[in-house]
Design a binder for this molecule. Structure first.
Ligand SMILES: [Zn+2]
Length: 323
């Protein structure tokens, strides 16, 4: 979750790399957008407060950039700020939005733009609700409401450096976080979990678009990219923190998981030991564990264990990879 320090750091030292970049000429933007959309997004305009019904819309769904369609906000993060502009406390992904120091109009503010296409969206302020404390004050005309909503999936199958690297490559997966679930201690950290004494499993939590990839497909890939027949062990990694487990977010997920495990039963030589349990708390792992493979690809463990696993995965699931 981003906080005000992250925002200041991005505005000062540079923004996170976007998943893709969209560039168009002014003429192309003019042809695509209405006059007001063009004025706000490409000319840094501001719409009149209380001019859009979007302020009072709180139905579930996602908000994308009106220029390039990149998903920016989830309705779950929207709140009534009373300002007359739609307000959010958190973007859907840390690299969805770019931040820039803005000293216009005699004020020092932080401007927000779409990190994919550079569209001006509005500003962000440090007076939003807990826990992030952020208020993204957006122009409604810069946003486009989308019908679908993202869903979460959480599971473990050994070292989270491996599982995270795999799921980051799939089309329809918006983000993957490494963390800990299923243990008895609050605020788990790596040292405690590594000792195997807290009962937590190393897990990943995936935010995905069910219109592109289904929960069942994610589970299938999970089951076929780790060994679900070795109890509390994945290769050389041993301990309950490496157990094979699916943490379900609701009854529908539980049903899908149980059906899938039953249907895969005959496909493995040994019995499947994967547990299915309701998710209680997910603790995000320390920052240095996030996106570990992509940031540390040269490290010994990555070369020896993750790279060959990824090669096999890419071969097998070619059709499901993001382009
Ligand atoms: Zn955009």
């Amino acid at each position: 979750m981003l906080n005000w320090n992250d925002v200041l750091r991005f505005a000062d030292a540079g923004n996170p790399t976007p998943d893709r970049v969209v560039r168009k000429s002014e003429e192309e933007w003019k042809a695509q957008l209405s006059d007001e959309q063009y004025h706000v997004t490409r000319r840094k305009g501001t719409e009149r407060p209380f001019s859009s019904g979007m302020c009072s819309l709180f139905e579930p769904g996602l908000y994308g950039c009106v220029c390039c369609g990149t998903l920016l906000f989830d309705a779950n993060e929207k709140f009534e700020s009373g300002t007359g502009w739609p307000s959010f406390t958190q973007p859907v992904k840390a690299n969805a939005i770019a931040y820039h120091a803005d000293r216009s109009h005699g004020m020092t503010r932080v401007e927000t733009t779409c990190n994919t296409c550079g569209a001006h969206l509005g500003h962000v302020f440090p007076d939003g609700p807990a826990p992030s404390g952020l208020r993204y004050c957006m122009n409604a005309v810069a946003l486009k409401k989308q019908a679908a909503s993202l869903e979460k999936a959480t599971f473990g199958g050994g070292c989270f450096w491996c599982t995270e690297a795999i799921f980051r490559e799939l089309d329809g997966v918006h983000s993957v976080e490494s963390g800990y679930s299923g243990g008895a201690v609050d605020n788990a950290n790596y040292r405690q979990v590594c000792s195997g004494s807290t009962g937590h499993a190393e897990v990943i939590q995936i935010l995905f678009d069910p219109a592109i990839i289904s929960y069942r497909e994610l589970l299938e890939i999970h089951m076929l990219t780790h060994d679900p027949t070795t109890l509390n062990q994945q290769g050389a990694d041993r301990g309950t923190q490496y157990r094979s487990i699916i943490f379900t977010h609701n009854n529908e997920q539980r049903q899908i998981a149980e059906d899938l495990l039953a249907s895969l039963k005959d496909g493995f030589r040994d019995a499947i030991v994967t547990q299915v349990a309701p998710l209680e708390t997910f603790y995000k792992a320390e920052d240095y564990h996030q996106d570990y493979y992509n940031l540390n690809g040269g490290a010994g463990y990555c070369q020896a264990v993750i790279s060959p696993k990824l090669r096999k995965f890419r071969e097998k699931f070619k059709a499901k990879l993001a382009s």
